[in-house]
Design a protein around this ligand. Structure first.
Ligand SMILES: Cc1cc2nc3c(=O)[nH]c(=O)nc-3n(C[C@H](O)[C@H](O)[C@H](O)COP(=O)(O)OP(=O)(O)OC[C@H]3O[C@@H](n4cnc5c(N)ncnc54)[C@H](O)[C@@H]3O)c2cc1C
Length: 227
């Protein structure tokens, strides 16, 4: 069921990421697990069918309050697309509808440690996951952004490494994989969460399986976009 809730806040997180807060009674008591996403349908009720027909964009829930509020974080990646256009133009009071939260990129409770890997778009899921990891359980990770100015705040962010593209394309970027290859991890596998550009995600998984000997089952991967 689609739920309608107006935009309550629009805040710049970095020069390339905007945080959008939605709230209203329709958002109360959703079944949400950290790491899950939903589909956003901006516009008036009359525009809903059109937005659905065009196949609107998915966004991870950065944080959720069951009293009826949620925060999304959207990357304004500099290329023309409906999602980036929405993020650049969204205003407080705009009408939005969202589908129910879904997805399997969620925290596995029995992990000896958690490894988060992704670029800006993936960082939203990684932040929600890092917030949900029980205190005392180790976390490791690499997040790729363009420059240090593009680093979003993340729960347990001091325990995470950063990789920079420095103006190179985010599509199939070597920076994330390069940084992951040099990351010191325990000998035994933990649970990995991987999200972002599709080809990079595949390379990250191949590295964990073939170079580090991780079982495929210990890698939770969701490709968020393709070039
Ligand atoms: C499960 C899921 C969760 C997601 N969560 C988030 C989230 O929390 N935050 C978020 O910002 N996005 C998230 N995404 C990605 C989001 O749905 C869109 O794919 C993204 O916003 C691009 O949509 P667009 O309409 O702006 O561009 P599109 O119309 O899809 O693409 C237009 C052009 O922009 C390029 N492009 C698209 N995305 C990027 C990018 N990130 N960097 C560089 N170039 C790009 C494309 O290659 C293409 O050339 C998620 C996707 C999925 C599937």
């Amino acid at each position: 069921m689609v739920r309608r809730a107006p935009v309550r806040t629009v805040t710049a997180v970095t020069p390339s990421m905007v945080q959008i807060g939605l709230s209203g009674p329709a958002l109360r008591d959703l079944a949400w697990q950290p790491g899950q996403h939903l589909t956003v349908l901006p516009g008036s009720p009359a525009g809903l069918i059109e937005a659905l027909r065009k196949g609107w964009r998915s966004y991870t829930i950065w944080d959720y309050d069951p009293r009826g509020a949620m925060e999304l974080r959207v990357v304004t990646h500099g290329h023309d697309g409906p999602g980036a256009r929405w993020a650049a133009s969204v205003r407080v009071g705009d009408a939005v509808a969202v589908t129910p939260p879904e997805g399997r990129l969620t925290v596995r409770g029995d992990a000896p440690y958690h490894l988060v890997v992704g670029e800006e778009t993936g960082s939203v899921a990684m932040g929600a996951i890092l917030r949900a990891v029980p205190g005392g359980v180790p976390v490791h990770g690499v997040i790729e952004v363009d420059t240090p100015d593009d680093r979003p705040d993340l729960p347990r962010g001091a325990e995470i490494d950063w990789a920079y593209r420095n103006g190179a394309s985010a599509a199939s970027s070597p920076a994330l994989l390069g940084a992951l290859k040099t990351l010191r991890l325990p000998e035994e596998p933990g649970v990995a969460y991987v999200a972002g550009e599709a080809r990079t995600c595949q390379k990250v998984r191949a590295h964990l399986i073939h170079d580090r000997g991780w079982p495929r089952a210990d890698i939770r991967l969701h490709a968020f976009w393709t070039a």
